[in-house]
Ligand binder design. Structure first.
Ligand SMILES: CC(C)(COP(=O)(O)OP(=O)(O)OC[C@H]1O[C@@H](n2cnc3c(N)ncnc32)[C@H](O)[C@@H]1OP(=O)(O)O)[C@@H](O)C(=O)NCCC(=O)NCCS
Length: 210
């Protein structure tokens, strides 16, 4: 099984470590500003410095895993790893469902109980959180974050580094622009522009960073 160098220490890191344990991967190094509340990782070396030196000092045999929930920080770390031509592990919880024809990219977390249905595509560094449903033919762009219990109906399209809040529902075929934020519990009936923030049922734009 893979040897993993993990970056992150918050609640999201706990979930990532739990999934790594469940699939039998070895987390050998963790860069964590505060590792005191992480689940016990026997034999894992803990570092508490900046990410770049941690990445540079990690043996080439190890794969990285970005276990940070914050999207801007995840993106920054992904770029650091990419510019060094290093690779990331992909973690799929044993209780998740991965259906026929679906694809899961490098560095993705599929958390416990999530369902990736037929022909869905999940691109690099995306997060499909606990119990989320990504229906058939959906597209999840690089680094996009799908919150716990969110339901993406068939053919939904989430562009890169967008965030779908917990329990949000996307109607069939809806497209979410890059970097958009969908509030927890939203019911998204129409396409959402890049960098917009929407919430409510039906969801309405409350902010647009463009
Ligand atoms: C939509 C969201 C991104 C907006 O964040 P924000 O810009 O920081 O918004 P604020 O928290 O300042 O809230 C602004 C107002 O919107 C309301 N609001 C925020 N999110 C809401 C939501 N999802 N549904 C309905 N109302 C919401 C707040 O109650 C507040 O109302 P008020 O001004 O009357 O007090 C955020 O609230 C959200 O829903 N994030 C999803 C979090 C999540 O599910 N993460 C998964 C972690 S595993």
């Amino acid at each position: 099984m893979d040897e993993i160098a993990l970056l992150g220490a918050g609640g999201h890191a706990k979930v990532c470590i739990d999934v790594a344990n469940a699939v039998g991967a070895t987390v050998s190094r963790i860069n964590a500003p505060d590792a005191s509340s992480l689940p016990a990782m026997e034999g894992a070396e803990i570092f508490q410095g900046p990410d770049e030196p941690f990445i540079d000092a990690t043996p080439p045999s190890a794969l990285f895993f970005i276990a940070v929930g914050n999207l801007a920080l995840r993106r920054k770390i992904a770029a650091m790893i990419e510019t060094r031509n290093r690779s990331c592990a992909t973690l799929v919880a044993p209780s998740a469902v991965q259906s026929l024809g679906s694809e899961i990219g490098e560095g993705v977390l599929v958390a416990p109980g999530a369902i990736i249905n037929v022909n869905a595509q999940i691109h690099a560094h995306a997060v499909i959180n606990t119990g989320a449903v990504v229906e058939h033919d959906s597209f999840i762009g690089e680094g996009a974050f799908v919150g716990p219990g969110a339901v993406l109906c068939g053919g939904a399209r989430i562009e890169e580094w967008a965030m779908i809040g917990a329990n949000a529902t996307l109607m069939p075929g809806v497209a979410i622009g890059a970097g958009a934020r969908i509030g927890a519990g939203a019911l998204v009936t129409k396409d959402v522009p890049a960098a917009a923030t929407v919430f409510g049922a039906p969801a309405r734009v409350v902010e647009n960073d463009d």
